[in-house]
Design a protein. Structure first.
Length: 458
């Protein structure tokens, strides 16, 4: 989180705007980002308070520091909201009021600019406090855990292997007895498929993920048309033997270099299996569906208020905010924060939500690479329908548009592959926060076309 606060501080420090509509459009996204950081800090405080870390000597100071981070980050949002309030708007007065002349308008804007700059200065100060507090929190927690050997993760937990999604784990289990990777001819088109020894179909995306992790391998001495035998590697069998350990205090999520946020223990075995446990994205979608079935969680907010018959001590309280933030809070309260090696979700909507917690450099690199793999799968789908459009003699422009989309998807995946490692590299001394590398232009390149189905008769 320290990196997130520092990045927002740079954005606020370097902001330039014109009072009025331009200021609102520029301050608004910063205010929403500050609210997201406050929600994230609160979720982690709740998870930390519910974990067994509270039994470690010195943990009270860490909890109090985390609470102060929640307070400071909320002040960041309040200061940015004051900027929005002080912004001079150009609406029309009620009928009967004298029209505002240019001199009065200029004076009103000058007064507003002074107030807005003062609140922006306060915002930068609070962001600096938040970033500094994160670094001190990380150091204090690491020192506390270093003096408590009983809370250190065991060797088997440290070498438990690659984390897998439920679909990938099921695919690995199905391929334990062997399988086959082959090229299937469907309507004259070549489609790569994977089948387990017992006939179970395995997603090609899951197989590629397992092969990339070195958990399975295919015998490339034979062609895909004959079928390549798939075997499980020693590492794959080890991951299956260990299965999924329940996360405890020893499993931590890296929030920034050197910052570890400890999570609470998971529910007892038998309560829920990993595949049955809802993800934050599942909770967010369920909440959004209450407003409108199929609504995107990012487009929905929630609000809570006490009824008039409620006890007086909280009768006037209310809470509200975006659905994804509340979904993360609910998930963390019920199941604890995700571990640093938690598998990345396949659904892009869930992957978007995971970026709120995947803030370590290695996690950011993994997310971008995961998106690149998703785009490659999308490119394969597009190419399949491009061939299908040509085979079925659909209008020529349809096939050309699909070909262009396929080429751009491939270039986009390659660009993400080149950009992803930069997040894991330490910045050089001459690097500036606002420096940006030139982005390659995406252009449509010629691709190989399938043979023209001129002789086909329908």
């Amino acid at each position: 989180m320290a990196r997130d606060f520092e990045a927002l501080k740079v954005q606020v420090s370097d902001i330039a705007f014109t009072p009025g509509r331009d200021a609102l459009h520029r301050i608004g996204p910063l205010l929403l980002r500050a609210q997201d950081l406050t929600a994230t800090a609160l979720v982690r405080l709740q998870a930390l308070d519910d974990s067994t870390y509270t039994s470690v000597p010195g943990s009270r100071a860490s909890l109090e520091l985390m609470a102060s981070l929640v307070f400071s980050s909320s002040l960041v949002g309040a200061d940015l909201a004051h900027v929005v309030l002080a912004n001079p708007y150009e609406g029309t007065q009620f009928a009967g009021y004298p029209a505002e002349d240019e001199a009065a308008r200029t004076a009103r804007q000058a007064e507003a600019i002074t107030k807005m700059n003062r609140h922006l200065s306060d915002t930068v100060h609070q962001l600096d406090l938040c970033a500094t507090g994160c670094h001190y929190l990380a150091r204090g927690m690491n020192e506390d855990l270093a003096t408590a050997p009983q809370h250190k993760p065991s060797t088997i937990e440290q070498t438990a292997g690659a984390a897998l999604s439920p679909a990938q784990y099921s695919a690995l289990a199905a391929l334990t007895a062997g399988g086959k990777l082959y090229e299937s001819s469907t309507r004259g088109l070549g489609v790569t498929r994977v089948t387990a020894q017992d006939g179970t179909r395995v997603s090609i995306a899951s197989y590629r993920a397992l092969a990339k992790l070195g958990l399975v391998r295919a015998d490339t001495s034979t062609s895909l048309f004959q079928g390549q035998k798939i075997t499980t590697t020693e590492e794959g069998r080890r991951v299956l033997a260990l299965r999924r350990p329940h996360a405890g205090l020893g499993t931590a999520m890296t929030a920034a270099p050197g910052i570890a946020v400890v999570q609470k223990a998971r529910p007892a075995p038998g309560d829920r299996t990993p595949s049955e446990t809802p993800t934050p994205h599942d909770i967010a979608r369920a909440l959004a569906d209450l407003l409108q079935p199929g609504a995107a969680p990012r487009d929905v907010t929630v609000a809570f208020a006490a009824r008039r018959q409620a006890p007086v001590e909280y009768r006037d309280r209310s809470r509200g905010g975006p659905v994804p933030a509340f979904a993360q809070a609910l998930h963390a309260a019920l199941y604890g924060l995700p571990s640093h090696d938690a598998p990345l979700p396949d659904a892009l909507g869930a992957l978007l939500q995971s970026t709120h917690t995947a803030t370590a450099p290695e996690q950011e690199t993994a997310v971008l690479r995961h998106v690149a793999e998703q785009i490659r799968d999308a490119a394969e789908i597009i190419r399949r329908y491009q061939y299908q459009a040509q085979w079925e003699r659909l209008p020529t422009e349809a096939a050309e548009q699909l070909a262009g989309a396929h080429d751009q998807a491939q270039l986009l995946a390659q660009a993400l592959d080149r950009a992803a490692p930069a997040f894991s590299l330490q910045p050089t001394a001459t690097a500036t926060p606002r420096a940006q590398a030139p982005q390659p232009r995406i252009s449509t390149l010629p691709v190989d076309r399938p043979p023209s189905p001129a002789t086909r008769h329908r």
